[in-house]
Design a protein around this ligand. Structure first.
Ligand code: BGC
Length: 759
């Protein structure tokens, strides 16, 4: 389809109309020209296609579909191949259901455990979020269905989400909140991007030209369509000018008329309207021209796939005395309503009408498993009789497994949590069961960290996250050892909520949410502060053991334009086959800017038989070492030494090496008479100029300072070190007074020119 030609045949009214939805889920048709409607649908871990009664809050039913594990869970797999395959399955379902775009993935950063939508997001780490997003997009789009990476950007809270401004400095935005979008846009080329509800530094994302045009299109090369989150538009005309192509859902014609009026009044360039139309039709025709509605949608096969994926996502947090895996010959007590009716997804727009749900109890059929509910989710209560029953069951069993976690009402789209606790009734059941049977295991269903006051009294904890409709099958396979757990935490579990770096500021005051912790999100903060955590980022145990060795770097010194190859060997030293995730972190040893101790820059998931070892390799480039420099508004590597650490989690890094990276970029020098000595002397280009100047000044005025002079002066002061330390903060204008104050502004001007490399 020649889209440009098509748009050129449209009236202004038709064009303006095309820039908002026809209804909740469709773009508009232009019947006169034969342009059909196209349907989009949530996502992203399965389809929420609403055929009849539309709403975007997941209130009304959608068609029966397959609920795959949610993003919080799939991130824990650290398995890029697997999430791509999950994307392919979702793409097939889109084709079958005639959907042009699935609304996701959602890649906002898990800034605080409190965000109600954390279960829809991947990680506290932008690199991990970016890698997972890139692969699921590749998977879905390989089937010629589009994606809409969301919510662009800085939508890490639900509180006042449609009016609040997420305020942060440029470096924080670039290093933490943008990279997942940036990586996916550059590498996977999503068909569409969905802008977020919130403002960013005071400007709504839906009308933010810096966000939607300068960064997204001009810097990252995005050439698809930007759509609004549902109802995110405030000033539609400003939105078109800023680069928001499609308003969703319908605007009842109000905003279409405003676009027409603005063009007629000369306030909006019609070319921008044309361009937006081309982008909307771009994804509509891309889908239509490749539509394959005959693609089968085998829900049974996808259920089996969802079970396999879920098992790969589960994170074994603790396993004292190797209590897990359970022995199928033993009497086991399953306790907790979640064993029967698991919580496997969250509420809101991503909510899927699962065609089947398998709880652990059902999946354990045939095994020697008893069941007692322990607590009631609906009543948020555990009456004494229920606890007594659970205790009795636990006493009779070899091992008691409590299925616990957060009920739907505790975390959902639309509002945030106010604390990090699990329901009290569940905590009481766990305590009572652990008291009755020391062999107690807890399986958790939650989208974000919880406090675990009972952690010292239970033997094992398996974090299942919200693992999709087949969660029960996956949990049973892992608990009984049919699958060796291999998930790793995509976020830190702090000991208590107040430890989280955003604790003081999260939610903000009124409509201003300041992201004051800056780049110190998640482990970047806990590591810098050397804080104890409940479980660190990247942590996850296995039923086997792994050993890391042989770290090699391809060079010990590189330029920032070079790449560095890092290799290491991992060996399965236990007696079972198993998978692990080899993680690589980079840290700047000495830096003039405040930087995290380490940042994830690579990971590989490996599958090893007992005794088997494998060499894995990583390629690091400039971005692996760089920080965002706010002066040059670009990534920059400060020349110096960096650590490269490899191992099993952010706090278990047995392999460490150093590499020196040399910057090929010279930062601009802006010395003024108020610049201080310390900064000038630390600059290899400016220091010799300054030394020369000082020497000359002293000569002219006849008292070149000797070592003896300095010692004498130091004696009169308190110490030589102190004198030097005081000098460090002296502005250059002070230098003139060394020469008896007999300076002219000309001398200063000349000096500054030389220091700034202009003479
Ligand atoms: C959510 C989006 C979703 C959209 C459509 C919004 O409320 O924030 O993630 O895709 O609704 O349901």
């Amino acid at each position: 389809m020649d889209i440009k030609a098509l748009v050129s045949r449209m009236t202004l009214e038709e064009k303006a109309g095309l820039l908002s939805g026809d209804d909740f889920w469709h773009t508009k048709a232009v019947e006169r020209l034969g342009v059909p409607r196209a349907m989009v649908s949530d996502g992203p871990h399965g389809l929420r296609k609403q055929d009849e009664t539309a709403d975007h809050l997941g209130i009304n039913d959608s068609i029966k579909a397959v609920c795959f594990p949610t993003a919080c869970a799939t991130a824990a797999s650290f398995d890029t191949d697997m999430i791509r395959e999950m994307g392919e399955a979702i793409g097939d379902s889109c084709q079958h259901e005639r959907l042009s775009v699935v609304l996701g993935p959602a890649v906002n950063i898990k800034r605080s455990p409190l965000c109600g939508r954390n279960f829809e997001y991947f990680s506290e780490d932008p690199y991990l979020a970016g890698r997972m997003a890139t692969e699921i997009i590749r998977g879905i789009q390989s089937r010629n269905a589009g994606t809409s990476i969301k919510h662009f950007a800085m939508n890490s809270q639900e509180h006042r989400r449609m009016s609040s401004s997420s305020d942060a400095d440029e470096r924080t935005i670039r290093e933490i909140y943008f990279p997942a979008f940036e990586m996916a846009v550059k590498e996977a080329r999503p068909w569409t991007v969905m802008c977020s509800y919130n403002k960013i530094n005071g400007v709504y994302a839906s009308e933010n030209p810096w966000l939607l045009t300068d960064v997204l299109r001009k810097e990252w090369g995005f050439d698809g369509c930007v759509m609004s989150d549902w109802g995110a538009v405030s000033d539609r005309v400003a939105g078109v000018a800023a680069g928001l192509d499609l308003e969703m859902p319908a605007s009842g014609g109000v905003n279409d008329r405003k676009i027409v009026e603005a063009v007629r009044a000369g306030k909006l360039d019609e070319k921008l309207v044309d361009q937006a139309c081309e982008r909307v039709l771009g994804f509509v025709y891309r889908y239509l021209e490749n539509a394959k509605p005959e693609t089968p949608w085998d829900r049974e096969a996808q259920h089996a796939q969802a079970a396999r994926i879920a098992a790969e996502c589960m994170v074994l947090l603790k396993n004292e005395g190797d209590i897990l895996p359970l022995d199928k010959a033993d009497d086991i007590a399953f306790i907790g309503e979640f064993a029967k009716k698991p919580r496997f997804q969250g509420g809101g727009s991503s909510h899927i009408n699962s065609f089947r749900i398998t709880g652990a109890l059902e999946a354990a059929e045939g095994l020697k498993v008893t069941y007692t509910p322990g607590y009631s989710v609906a009543k948020d209560d555990a009456p004494a009789e229920m606890i007594a029953e659970a205790v009795a069951a636990a006493k009779k069993a070899k091992v008691a497994v409590v299925f616990a976690g957060l009920p739907d009402s505790y975390e959902s789209e639309g509002y945030d949590r106010s604390h990090m606790r699990m329901p009290d009734c569940q905590n009481r059941v766990i305590e009572a069961v652990a008291e009755a049977n020391p062999n107690t295991v807890v399986v958790l269903h939650n989208g974000a960290p919880v406090e675990m006051p009972w952690i010292g009294r239970v033997k094992a904890v398996l974090e299942a996250y919200l693992a999709g409709q087949a969660v029960g099958e996956a949990a049973v396979r892992v608990l009984f050892g049919d699958v060796n757990p291999c998930g790793k935490l995509p976020e830190t579990f702090p000991l208590k909520l107040e430890d989280n770096p955003s604790w003081l500021y999260y939610g903000g005051e009124g409509d201003v949410a300041e992201y004051r912790e800056g780049v110190f999100v998640g482990y970047r903060y806990y590591d810098k502060k050397k804080m104890d955590v409940l479980f660190p980022f990247g942590h996850g145990l296995s039923y086997t053991t792994f050993e890391y060795s042989g770290l090699k770097l391809s060079a010990d010194r590189i330029k920032d334009t070079d790449s560095l190859t890092v290799t290491a060997t991992v060996k399965n030293t236990g007696s079972r086959a198993g998978k692990t995730v080899v993680q690589l972190y980079v840290g700047d040893v000495e830096s003039t800017v405040l930087r995290p101790v380490r940042e994830l820059k690579g990971f590989v998931k490996v599958d090893l038989q007992p005794g088997e070892s494998r060499e894995v390799s990583f390629i690091l480039d400039k971005r692996s070492f760089a920080y965002w420099n706010r002066e040059i508004h670009d990534w920059h590597v400060e020349t110096g030494a960096f650590t490269v650490e490899v191992g099993a989690s952010s706090r278990d890094l047995p392999l460490k090496a150093k590499v020196t990276v040399e910057s090929t970029v010279e930062l601009p020098r802006h010395y003024t008479q108020d610049s201080i000595f310390m900064d000038v002397m630390a600059d290899p280009k400016a220091a010799p100029v300054m030394k020369e100047f000082m020497k000359k000044t002293m000569e002219i005025f006849g008292h070149e300072e000797t070592e003896q002079d300095r010692k004498e002066a130091a004696k009169e002061a308190i110490s030589e070190d102190m004198t030097l330390a005081m000098m460090r903060y002296m502005p250059l204008r002070g230098a003139m007074s060394f020469g008896g104050g007999a300076d002219s502004s000309k001398t200063m001007e000349e000096l500054l020119k030389k220091l700034n490399g202009e003479a």
